[in-house]
Design a protein around this ligand. Structure first.
Ligand SMILES: Nc1ncnc2c1ncn2[C@@H]1O[C@H](COP(=O)(O)OP(=O)(O)OP(=O)(O)O)[C@@H](O)[C@H]1O
Ligand SMILES: [Mg+2]
Length: 243
């Protein structure tokens, strides 16, 4: 069941819409001040900025892991701060794939169990597999990401680059409408990085998923429809360059 606010016949709401968003961690000053940012359905957006400029914080707001001090964050037309914490967790499981900068894999689960986790948490995510067993979908993603032989391993036995690919497979399974990736290629060699990007783009295109991709590697920006730069300290508005 969808919890978005699109009405029958209405044009779909953007994947994400942020207005007058300011965010501060507890007891601190603002680390993000973003007057406006809209990410269209299916849009591929490259997000960069200096270390500490608030990129991970912005992804946390899009995922509803963080709640803004002022302003609104809407995802698929739903204002995340209007949801309870539990409802935000369910919304995230249903609609969002998140490749975390620190991976956030569940250490006591196998690779396969980590990848299929969103489908166990969200019936809607499972339904979008269209009858394909989640384990089979996980195996296909793992094969494309060259970690098929690791499916039964505990994730604690994996290298950093392998863990990163498990995080990617977990984000993509069940075709979420919005995929956010926090430096997902930082531990990959250039061949694997290119194959990874091909898979990511192909999956997002097939599913119509919007993509927000954080990287310090500016050479990747040309592969995206749009580039958003967060300025240092981010006390001013986010500068936007449409590419
Ligand atoms: N949990 C936290 N508690 C307090 N302050 C935090 C926390 N996480 C981040 N910050 C602060 O918020 C600011 C933005 O951090 P953020 O992690 O969003 O930056 P970033 O652009 O992702 O950096 P990087 O490129 O190094 O990953 C930084 O000044 C950081 O010190
Ligand atoms: Mg970061």
């Amino acid at each position: 069941m969808s919890s978005t606010t699109d009405g029958a016949g209405a044009p779909p709401r953007p994947a994400a819409e942020l207005r007058d968003v300011r965010f501060a961690y507890q007891g601190g000053c603002d680390v993000l001040d973003l007057p406006a940012l809209t990410i269209g359905r299916g849009e591929r957006c490259f997000l960069h900025g200096p270390s500490g400029s608030g990129k991970t914080t912005l992804l946390g707001l899009l995922a509803g892991v963080l709640v803004p001090r002022t302003g609104t964050v809407q995802v698929l037309g739903t204002t995340l701060s209007a949801l309870s914490s539990g409802a935000r967790d369910r919304f995230r499981a249903e609609h969002l794939g998140y490749v975390f900068q620190m991976f956030n894999l569940i250490p006591y689960l196998s690779v396969r169990e980590n990848i299929t986790l969103p489908c166990r948490l969200s019936p809607a995510r499972r339904a979008r597999l269209r009858g394909v067993d989640a384990n089979i979908e996980a195996a296909q993603l793992a094969a494309r990401l060259e970690i098929a032989e690791l499916l039964d391993q505990p994730v604690t036995a994996l290298s950093v680059g392998q863990q990163q690919r498990v995080g990617v497979a977990r984000a993509l399974i069940g075709a979420p409408e919005l995929v956010v990736c926090d430096e997902p290629t930082s531990a990959l060699d250039s061949d694997r990085r290119d194959r990874f990007l091909e898979l990511l783009f192909a999956r997002c295109d097939e599913a119509g998923s919007a993509l927000v991709f954080v990287s310090h590697d500016l050479s990747l920006a040309t592969r995206f429809q749009r580039t958003v730069a967060l300025p240092e300290l981010n006390t001013a508005a986010g500068r936007e360059m449409v590419g």
